[in-house]
Design a protein around this ligand. Structure first.
Ligand SMILES: *Cc1c(COP(=O)(O)O)cnc(C)c1O
Length: 358
């Protein structure tokens, strides 16, 4: 009897939420493959990729290499692994990587730069995850023998912790010149490069010309279940296959996943503009709330905002959760929302209504 009563209570309690769908804005990684993407995956031709015999993987790699005007591309199970292999390709133990203090490779890859490459990060104090060519120039180690030698500069576009900010391509070109003059490698963490290119109307060829190596993610904005790709010319990529094996990332009939990537390249890039538009609309509503101190400028699909000092963060998050809205905290009283392929027009309408009354 008791159990039954509890059950009734449990069913009754959330009645007010019943007509709310779950709105998950924690990250653009929460997307699930669409029916059409699953169909493409199911009909993929596959083979053993360790023997380099998976035709779909080979097609994806060739297509991405060509897209960026490079000679080679390699499919990876994660963006972190693609970045870490890239760093290893560019550095020797004891050397230094110049990157922003917000960089994903420094903050969110478990100290992999030190662990895998025995290298250290020279952190730049940039703006929203972006820095200048002048800052890079100044950070390069002098040539005296007792310094840690600088060997790589790393840029992230869009910047994750920087709130989806997009680089000014002119500054990237200036940094490229500094790298060339000083014989430094230049790597792009392009987990959300697709967002930057759509927002700023830029091309893959431009980025291919600017950087030595580029990692791009297929499972964020593009909606694939798995996959990142590292792109570069033959000379720098020579060891990439054996390093991927060393890192435990060689896979077999992985064409099923590569097929999702090919589908995404055809269908899911232009639509990122929708995510950007919705993020801007969310930002406008947030800016009007008196619980919120500041909304960071929104260029792509990431909305970072800061609560007023008097507002309790946990309580704020819980109140959203009661409305079936899931977002995450970034520390320092800042919260993040990320729009994506599975965040529909209907969800958007509902979220805006809820936020307006918040
Ligand atoms: C998500 C992300 C990565 C790593 O991706 P995983 O596939 O989760 O390892 C790398 N860089 C940036 C900027 C990211 O946002």
């Amino acid at each position: 009897m008791l159990i039954r009563e509890n059950r009734v209570k449990k069913i009754r309690f959330p009645l007010s939420r019943e007509n709310h769908m779950i709105i998950d804005l924690r990250s653009d990684t929460v997307t699930k493959p669409s029916k059409a993407m699953l169909d493409a995956m199911l009909s993929a031709q596959v083979g053993d990729d360790v023997f380099r015999e998976d035709p779909t993987v080979n097609t994806l790699e060739e297509r991405l290499a060509k897209l960026f005007g490079k000679q080679k591309a390699l499919f990876f199970p994660s963006g972190s692994m693609a970045n870490q292999v890239a760093i290893k390709l560019h550095t020797n133990p004891g050397e230094q990587v110049i990157c922003d203090k917000y960089a994903h490779i420094y903050n969110y890859e478990v100290g992999g730069v030190a662990f895998h490459s025995g290298a250290s990060c020279k952190l730049l104090d940039g703006h929203r995850g972006m820095f200048t060519a002048a800052q890079v120039k100044e950070a390069i180690s002098p040539s005296e023998y007792y310094y840690s030698q600088t060997s790589l500069v790393e840029v992230e576009n869009t910047t994750n912790k920087g709130g989806g900010a997009c680089w000014d391509f002119g500054e990237i070109e200036k940094i490229k010149e500094v790298c060339k003059t000083n014989n430094l490698g230049f790597h792009l963490d392009g987990a959300r490069l697709w967002n930057a290119m759509v927002a700023k109307n830029e091309t893959t060829q431009q980025y291919g010309q600017a950087f030595d190596t580029i990692s791009v993610c297929l499972s964020k904005g593009l909606g694939c279940p798995v996959g990142s790709v590292l792109i570069g010319n033959e000379d720098i990529m020579k060891q990439s296959l054996s390093l991927r094996k060393l890192f435990g990332g060689n896979m077999r009939q992985v064409g099923y996943l590569a097929a999702a990537g090919l589908y995404a390249l055809d269908h899911n890039i232009e639509r990122l503009a929708e995510d950007h538009q919705r993020a801007k609309e969310i930002g406008a509503v947030l800016a009007s709330l008196n619980t919120i101190k500041k909304v960071e400028p929104i260029e792509t699909n990431i909305v970072i905002f800061e609560l007023n000092d008097a507002v309790d963060e946990a309580e704020f998050l819980n109140k959203l959760k009661e409305k079936q809205i899931h977002i995450i905290g970034m520390g320092s009283h800042k919260l993040r929302m990320v729009t994506h392929l599975d965040y529909t027009a209907q969800m958007h309408e509902q979220l805006i209504e809820i936020l307006k009354r918040f």
